[in-house]
Design a protein around this ligand. Structure first.
Ligand code: FAD
Length: 366
């Protein structure tokens, strides 16, 4: 049996830890934050589970993963049906017949398709030069102007005409009256919060968790004590930024507890006009059908990222893709370290993909 050090008590590190402990290995997790669960951390405020690092909805079509998470939490029946607020007008997302009816008064799918075709006809045979042209060629001008343009500009901090077309490869358009955001077979929110779910994963006599412990502050000692390291921190930091830092987009969250039972009537409302500085407001209690007297709201502000800030979305442009590849090539020499998770592999992954990745990683230590 091995002594394994895991860097990061996020979803990736916690699933790997659970699996290794089950197989008899001794696992120490070091986590630099003062809590477990990484970015899926939820904190109870006024009886409401507040998603501290952005709203997280579990969804998957993988039955094995869905069964796997049920061991650690019971999931509720939450279905994500976000609403877009454009200058006070409300539209359903993802773009579907309810959205088209509200926009144009159309009733049938054929009428909606004709309207979209009419609005993108001028770009029919043109290779999109930027994100604006790409979006219009997919959904036409009205949807682009009201529901995509301002939101995307805020997200990326620059006009859509200056963003590459590849950021939007496809846009979900549905010609049915179906407001369910995800196409997946299964979705829901863990009852009692994600932190409780991770606590249950880590509740094993072979697992020790050390919070407030930055791996890099004690690298030599920690490495010496471990037979193998599983690293879910930032890959560029591991290699001391040899090729320069990998770029991210960041976010700032503003949480407010208010004396109102129900402020916006929905968990997720996107603000798609560029004059509103935040991209969305989350009302957390609606994730769990809460009936508390108060409510907690979170405004989400996109931010330019600088090293040292919380890193959220990798910028997978050409420059950073090449840089990541350089770092990834270095990992091949580090036979005592396995890199994983969203920061270790510099990749946006949904939670089900992270669990899949973690189970695959743990299998190597059977
Ligand atoms: P993390 O959760 O980031 O965990 C890594 C951990 O390592 C952190 O706790 C960090 O503090 C720690 N660490 C880093 N460096 C060190 C170090 N040097 N020493 C010690 N510890 C260290 N997915 C979905 O499926 N559904 C959603 O609705 C959804 N919404 C999202 C919303 C936002 C805003 C974002 C950004 C992501 C969302 N995701 C969603 C993706 C989800 O957050 C990730 O799949 C998941 O959190 C990745 O887990 P991880 O363990 O790889 O990373």
């Amino acid at each position: 049996m091995m002594n394994i050090l895991i860097v990061g008590a996020g979803l990736f590190g916690s699933v790997v830890a659970h699996e290794l402990a089950q197989n008899g290995h001794h696992v120490t997790i070091v986590e630099k934050r003062d809590h477990i669960a990484g970015n899926i951390y939820t904190k109870e405020i006024a009886g409401i589970q507040v998603h501290q690092y952005g709203a997280h909805i579990f969804h998957t079509s993988n039955q094995e993963i869905w069964k796997y998470v049920q061991q650690f939490a019971e999931f509720n029946r939450y279905t994500n049906m976000p609403i877009a607020n454009y200058r006070g007008e409300l539209y359903n997302l993802p773009f579907n017949m309810n959205t088209f009816n509200r926009l144009w008064g159309v009733v049938t799918p054929d009428e909606a398709k004709a309207k979209i075709d009419e609005q993108r006809a001028h770009l029919r045979n043109k290779k999109p030069a930027n994100l604006e042209e790409q979006a219009i060629s997919l959904v036409g001008t009205d949807i682009y102007e009201r529901l995509i343009k301002g939101y995307t500009q805020k997200q990326w901090g620059r006009p859509c005409t200056q963003l590459p077309a590849f950021i939007i490869r496809r846009l979900p358009v549905r010609f049915t009256y179906d407001n369910n955001y995800f196409d997946d077979l299964y979705q829901g929110i863990p009852i009692g919060g994600y932190t409780k779910m991770i606590e249950n994963m880590l509740d094993h006599s072979n697992i020790t968790v050390e919070l407030n412990t930055d791996f890099f502050a004690q690298k030599a000692e920690l490495e010496a004590a471990a037979d193998h390291i599983i690293f879910s921190g930032m890959i560029d930091q591991y290699f001391n930024y040899r090729y320069g830092p990998l770029a991210y987009r960041s976010l700032r969250f503003e949480h407010d507890l208010v004396d109102c039972e129900n402020v916006q009537g929905n968990a997720v409302v996107n603000y798609t006009d560029s004059s509103v500085p935040y991209t969305r407001i989350i009302e957390h209690k609606h994730f769990e059908f809460g009936t508390q007297r108060q409510s907690v709201l979170t405004k989400e502000y996109p931010l330019e990222w600088t090293p040292g800030q919380e890193a959220y979305y990798p910028v997978n442009d050409q420059e950073n893709t090449v840089r990541f590849k350089q770092y990834f090539d270095l990992t091949k020499e580090q036979t005592h370290v396995t890199f994983g998770g969203r920061l270790g592999l510099y990749r946006y992954c949904d939670m089900d993909q992270i669990i899949h990745q973690a189970l695959h990683c743990a299998r190597k230590f059977k």
